[in-house]
Write a protein that binds this ligand. Sequence first.
Ligand SMILES: Cc1cc2nc3c(=O)[nH]c(=O)nc-3n(C[C@H](O)[C@H](O)[C@H](O)COP(=O)(O)OP(=O)(O)OC[C@H]3O[C@@H](n4cnc5c(N)ncnc54)[C@H](O)[C@@H]3O)c2cc1C
Length: 232
Amino acid sequence: MKVKLLRYTADAELLCGTAALTSTKSGSPSEIFKKMDTETAKRIIKHVTSYGHVSVIEHASFTFSIEGVSRAMTHQLVRHRVASFTQQSQRYVTYDTLEKYVTPRTISKNAEAKDIFDGTLEKISETYQKLLNLGVPKEDARFILPNAAKTNIIVTMNARELRHFFNLRCCARAQWEIREIATEMLKQTKKAAPALFENAGPSCIELGYCIEGKMKPPECNVEEIKKRFKEL
Ligand SMILES: Cc1cc2nc3c(=O)[nH]c(=O)nc-3n(C[C@H](O)[C@H](O)[C@H](O)COP(=O)(O)OP(=O)(O)OC[C@H]3O[C@@H](n4cnc5c(N)ncnc54)[C@H](O)[C@@H]3O)c2cc1C
């Protein structure tokens, strides 16, 4: 799998800092923006978002290329409605590349499970090809393709939605593939706009406790998680 932050709003922190000051200053946004510096932006964003005025960070958007992931992962990703997506279409792209599917580690490290998995997917692949050869259109032949099928997707989220996405999907309770993708996205956004993603990560980092209650994974330790995400 590969995650690449393709583009993000220029001067994202300065822009969100300007939005934050626009509500309390008499000057125009353009005047505030002209005078804005990184330190002021960082301070004001932290202050304003700490009392719940999080909409100011919606002015910064981030676009990622997410490549070679499973359809099982993208099915979860596209549940996040405050985002924009474009995914490789199985109506137009034939399922015939060399590396067609994602193999979970629990399967790849178990020889017997891997044999069953690979054999089944090979059979699916052959059947898919046979259907195409019989003249069945790609949009119908794809009905037999598995959750493991590889795909590419481009996603754009604003910083507020990203923080919410990280709360849910960097959490140990999230499925491993979307968790790995989310963690890599966070690593790249933290580098691009640190002021917008301070303390971003699973929700326990900001809350100080696990919202999962009885479902909290036994291995989770909030202090360790805080440290790990700070050093990301
Ligand atoms: C660990 C885990 C397990 C999950 N298991 C399941 C499962 O078993 N089955 C399943 O179907 N899903 C499951 N989900 C998906 C989950 O239910 C959400 O659909 C997904 O996480 C998107 O979250 P969201 O709605 O908060 O985000 P977004 O869609 O990005 O929305 C962001 C926020 O905008 C607001 N919002 C967006 N749309 C509306 C709306 N229509 N009305 C009111 N407010 C809105 C909400 O405040 C929301 O939190 C799981 C998610 C996780 C993290």
